[in-house]
Design a protein around this ligand. Structure first.
Ligand code: CTP
Ligand code: ZN
Length: 142
């Protein structure tokens, strides 16, 4: 078992799909956090084979929509006084606003600037989202 010191206060993102920690680090702009951030990659996991993990030793407002889009199986552990006080399992968001782009080049959203572009989850298995303007299906980061 790999041992990394427990944190006093902050957030532990556990059960991140292996390889996604760096994507999360960039998308959540964790480089702007002034407190310690620890990224662990390719940790052996009985349930997942391999997993990534991120520890953020800070009070940090997480963007759960973006996190859920990138790594829907993530467990968010809130730590206070050295103890885990809350655990939240993420899931794919049903709706996202302003974080996805339509992959249909003829979609109005790719011709004119649209504000708060909304997508609705169309297929949880394939993780496809439906564009509110043209109904075509798009996956996040594809
Ligand atoms: N953790 C930490 N600092 C703490 C408490 C917990 O860094 N003060 C980390 C643990 O190392 C672990 C994660 O937070 O990676 C979840 O902690 P915990 O719920 O105690 O572990 P498990 O019960 O093993 O988690 P799970 O059941 O989700 O696998
Ligand atoms: Zn569209």
């Amino acid at each position: 078992m790999i041992n990394v010191s427990k944190i006093k206060k902050g957030i532990v993102l556990d059960h991140i799909e292996a390889g996604k920690a760096k994507v999360i680090y960039t998308a959540l702009k964790l480089d702007q956090v002034k407190d310690p951030v620890v990224i662990m990659q390719s940790i052996p996991s009985t349930a997942m084979g391999k997993k990534d993990l991120i520890k953020i030793e800070t009070d940090f407002e997480l963007d759960y929509t973006v996190l859920g889009l990138i790594a829907p199986r993530t467990t968010v552990n809130f730590v206070e006084g050295g103890e885990r006080v809350k655990k939240v399992r993420l899931e794919l968001p049903k709706e996202v606003e302003g974080v996805m782009q339509c992959k249909n080049p003829r979609c109005i959203s790719n011709i004119e600037k649209v504000k708060d572009h909304k997508f609705t989850l169309a297929n949880a298995e394939t993780e496809e989202y439906r564009c509110e303007y043209c109904d075509s299906l798009t996956k996040y980061n594809e």
